[in-house]
Design a protein around this ligand. Sequence first.
Ligand code: FA5
Length: 339
Amino acid sequence: LKHNGLKEIKAAEGMDAVKKIKVSLLGKKGPITNVLRGMKDLAPEERPQVGKMANILRDELTKAIDAKTKELEAALLQQKLASEAIDVTLPGTQVTEGNPHIITQVITQIEELFLGMGFQVVDGPEIEEDHYNFEMLNLPKDHPARDMQDTFYITPNILMRTQTSPVQARTMEKHDFTKGPLKMISPGKVYRRDNDDATHSHQFHQVEGLVIDKHITMADLKGTLALVAQTVFGAERKIRLRPSYFPFTEPSCEVDVSCFKCGGAGCAVCKQTGWIEVLGAGMVHPNVLKMAGVDPEVYGGFAFGLGPDRFAMLKYGVDDIRQFYLNDVRFLKQFAQKG
Ligand code: FA5
């Protein structure tokens, strides 16, 4: 029994076979159990001898089965490790690298310029109250100038902001002027019910700028805007200021930058005028200061709202604003920054 048992254990192929052998040799119906059970029929002097032999045999077989189990487990582990091994020399899958959107690049450039001049960058909500988008900016409910910015209303008092100017109102209201002047910019998305064409989109970007202090003049505004134009477009691009109207500034102006590809007929970008409007600006209206709790007799300032979409068009020679929103990777990839 011992000889055959050990032979069987040794030859077993796999765990299942070992388990079967264990049951057949050591189980309740196995030969060893039978011997032990039959002890009562033996002569008393034979019992210790037979019992000892049966126990030794059982221990030996158990040891052999345990050893075989360990051996098989080790083999299985080896097999698993081998099948899951990674070949580190295989070439990897190419991961396509993204790049910041061209409009993000322009906004970042403007942010860096203003941060360098000690401005703070402030965020504001895209879903805005009529109160901040219009009323705090000197545009009461029935003001005709509301038509200048055709609005997506959510409720009569909640809307998709049409401009980043509400962030001015929100920031001015909170600012403690005893601690110093207010110098901020606020970049973000704005929405208007404009008909989409080469230079208009119903969703676009603006960067608001605001400075409130004592003794601020229009010359400060002009100098700041010239610096923005030179930083983004290079020294060769010209700017011009045209008198304009905004309810929240007085006087107001619109600023144009010379068209990047004009001189020829059929320029879709500037409609053959040689200029493209990129921002609106002016000196903050006394009513706007008063509404935010700022004394217009003591403080004054300038504000501007520029369009990074138009900036990006001019800077990179993109002749249709809709390209920015199509998410065509072939278009976007052209503006990947190196390094
Ligand atoms: C305003 O929105 C004013 N809030 C700007 C301002 C701020 C004036 C502070 C004075 C003081 P306007 O509607 O002109 O102004 O828009 C400002 C700029 O946003 C434009 O010069 C243009 O660059 C851009 N813009 C306007 N409409 C669109 C459009 N539909 N698509 C793309 N860009 C646009």
